[in-house]
Write a protein that binds this ligand. Sequence first.
Ligand code: F6P
Length: 520
Amino acid sequence: MSEFLRCDQTPQWPLLKAHFSAQGARLDLRQAFAEDTGRFEHFSQVAPHLFADLSKNLWDPTTEALLLDMGRSCGLEQHRDAMLHGEPINTTEGRAVLHPLLRRPPGQVLPGDLPGVAESLVDVHSTLDAMLSFADRMRADEGITDVVNIGIGGSDLGPHMAVLALDAYRAPGKRFHFVSNADGHELAGVLRLLRPQSTLFLVASKTFTTAETMTNARSCLDWFAQRGGTDVARHFVALTTQVDAAKALGITTTFGFWEWVGGRYSLWSSIGLPLAISIGAAGFRGLLAGGHAMDEHFRTAPLEVNLPVRLGVLDVWYRNFHGFTSRCVAPYHAGLRRWAAYLQQLEMESNGKRVATSGEALVYATSPVVWGEPGTNGQHAFFQMLHQGSDVLPLEIVAVRKPSHALAGHHGQVLANALAQAQALMVGKASDDGHRHFPGNRPSTFLLLESLTPESLGALIALQEHRVFVSGALWGIDSFDQWGVELGKVLARDLLQRLASGDAEGLDASTAGLLNRLRG
Ligand code: F6P
């Protein structure tokens, strides 16, 4: 494994600090467009299945060149290749990070692939073929009306977001439900809608130990048996790397995947089965093809026109030089209503770290808070703060040029609003009345898809995965572990017992006091 420089160890870091003090902090977008007629051309580009306009961001060509050079000094290209070729870049878990392999066409060997990668690709395709032929059988099976995904985190967010996004492709006559929360209110609400003989339960868990998922899976098995269901092999499927654990629970129909697929990157594996049932094998292959097209772009495009790289270095510029604490995401497509939730895990579980890969504490900030809602809804809720609040909050818009419905008079409004918000944030509106004054000069990125298809969604998701990789690589962190989620899980196990027994021995006074109240 090679050692890479962190961003603050590169010669460009002090240059960027100086550039920020001299110009960056004062950059005015309106003036920048007036002075540079080529600004839109320079900062916009075509990438697989989408067009991106980065010109309404608070940078200039000098900033961008310095950031890209900083990426080179950090060994970004080598780090990217190490991931794609199967090196164990998830160092704290000693694992390779090969989710792009799930999108590679059969037989495509890259020069530099580590031993074993070609064999893994063969396994990927034999599992994919089996999973997709099962998906098409279930899709065509009119006896199954309801598909229930039981999973949480990466075993829920990606498939849930994608099933909603690609609703236009959904198998007619099938309903999809996603149950993630251990809170029985969620599962009970879904079970009320179901009949055992027409329901397919998918128990999705990489580890097959996650408490929420195991609790929900057991309750579903009990519910199924209590209502006379007998054919567990037909009605329950496990999607997991731990096939033996699934069998121990009584679920014998299984599709596996591999430890080198991180949970939040697992949509492309058998965790994608709900999506494959919804949109069919051809659709799922389209999603993989779109993701692969973005992988190839990330792998081969020069950094200057490499969209994940440009977005990733911009993220570092905003976080570490401007000091912006969050990124608001606003998809202008109702199908993308779980987009923000999906990105929250992708970005914040990956890059919400305070130590370098070496374990040394970092002296700079890492992941921003990612948040948002579909754009037109957000406009009537929190966009006030984007336009006139005391903080500058960069916005990332996703718009889709062609709708997948035929209702007149809707989509033009959606597109006009997307455009208007980006314009208003930048141009502002002067007024002597402070309440009516819009300062403008507020940054936004505009990602535009021609239409929301499996291919374009695949490319859009892979774009986000890689941009998170880029900022994580510059920050010198392990973007592929998630130790921060462990402590709460351990304490919850302890407190579950204490809630039953009432034992508050050794607890801090607040936790003990609340425990007593909760026991009633
Ligand atoms: O608790 C965090 C986490 O480990 C995520 O990284 C993961 O996506 C989620 O839990 C679910 O894990 P599993 O798929 O193993 O049930």
